[in-house]
Design a protein around this ligand. Structure first.
Ligand code: UFG
Length: 328
């Protein structure tokens, strides 16, 4: 069975990928500092506690094990924080990730799956956004992901490192089991915060801007279920193992929802009234971000199976209730 190193595998998206890898016959080995991850999210899988910038640890793992491919989820992800503390982002998402690459090249591990983001497109010039759209990130977070995509191209050229970069749109939802899900501190994402406004008496969701150029004035985003993302990672892995060439794919459902529509969906699914107030725009939010994922569908045979926003919210709701019970 093929061993796959999943760095940041104890986090939100990583843990869903770990679960899917095991289901599809791979052996995930998780490397996580547990700074933002949870050992409980990868119960039953091998977990090595450590940092992607630890060259010695990584070369040790690569020499002892036969790692076929590395998937890296060990990134900081908060756009606002990246504006305030850019060095934190450049050090972890770029410099430490390069240390990981250095260890990979040293040990002849030459397949990599990269978590990229819609943020590499900045304010899009056309919607839906395809992979040929201009790359023009507008914040440090997006720039770190853009930079690593460039680094990967150079590593392919110089050392034959084959990579697939997956540009996620809005990852959302949780594994239907309710065992793993989204847990960020602080949480900045819309769906968990709308749910929080129902579960927490003291929390009111602020809608960031109601004067966007959209039908109800709130931003449109393309929400994609985390297990559909996980499925795309396994398909991308199978492509790379089958001698696939380096490339990039957008991952989204191709359908956008406004913030108001998300709030209405939460209300329908939970049967409860979210507590909401209108506020000013958040800096750096484009009006509309919707993916064209035609390339991933054609080349990977990817087809989202939980594309419906109600299903996405339902699974997120199941997780939120579960984690509240468990005190996570
Ligand atoms: N929003 C609110 N109130 C909140 C939180 C969010 O109104 O309390 C709005 C945002 O303004 C945005 C939408 O809900 O219009 C979605 O916001 P999220 O923060 O959930 O997600 P983003 O679209 O900002 O971010 C996502 C990923 C980022 C990535 C970005 C690419 O989470 O990692 O897409 O643009 F960088």
């Amino acid at each position: 069975m093929k061993e796959i190193l999943v760095t940041g595998g104890a986090g939100y998206i990583g843990s869903h990928v770990v679960k899917m890898l095991a289901k599809r016959g791979f052996v995930p080995i998780v490397l996580d500092s547990l700074e933002n991850g949870f050992a409980d999210f990868v119960k039953g899988h091998e977990l090595i506690m450590g940092d992607i910038g630890d060259y010695g640890l990584l070369t040790n793992i690569f020499r002892k094990r036969k790692i076929e491919c590395v998937m890296n989820f060990a990134s900081y992800i908060a756009v606002g924080e990246s504006v305030e503390f850019p060095l934190k982002y450049y050090l972890n998402n770029v410099a430490k990730t390069c240390e990981l690459f250095r260890a990979m090249i040293e040990c002849n591990v030459k397949r990599f799956i990269f978590s990229s983001t819609a943020a590499v497109y900045g304010y899009p010039t056309r919607v839906p956004i395809d992979e040929e759209s201009p790359l023009a990130p507008i914040n440090p977070y997006g720039r770190t992901k853009f930079m690593i995509e460039q680094v990967l191209r150079d590593l392919d050229e110089a050392y034959g490192m084959k990579f697939i970069a997956l540009r996620y749109f809005n990852a959302a939802g949780a594994d239907p089991s309710g065992e793993i899900g989204e847990s960020h501190t602080p949480e900045t994402h819309l769906i968990p915060l709308v749910l929080r406004s129902i579960l927490d008496d003291n929390y009111v969701l602020t809608v960031f801007g109601t004067d966007y150029n959209t039908p109800d004035g709130t931003c449109i985003r393309d929400y994609i279920h985390v297990n559909d993302l996980a499925d795309a990672h396994v398909l991308a892995l199978e492509k790379l193992l089958g001698k696939g060439e380096s490339t990039v794919y957008n991952l989204g459902n191709g359908r956008g929802f406004t913030v108001m529509e998300v709030i209405q969906t939460v209300k329908r699914v939970t049967g409860k009234e979210p507590k909401v107030t209108n506020g000013p725009r958040r800096a750096g939010d484009p009006d509309v971000l919707v993916a064209s994922s035609t390339k991933a569908m054609k080349e990977l045979g990817w087809k989202p199976s939980m594309a419906d926003l109600e299903t996405i919210v339902e699974t997120a709701w199941r997780w939120e209730k579960q984690r509240k019970r468990k005190g996570w």
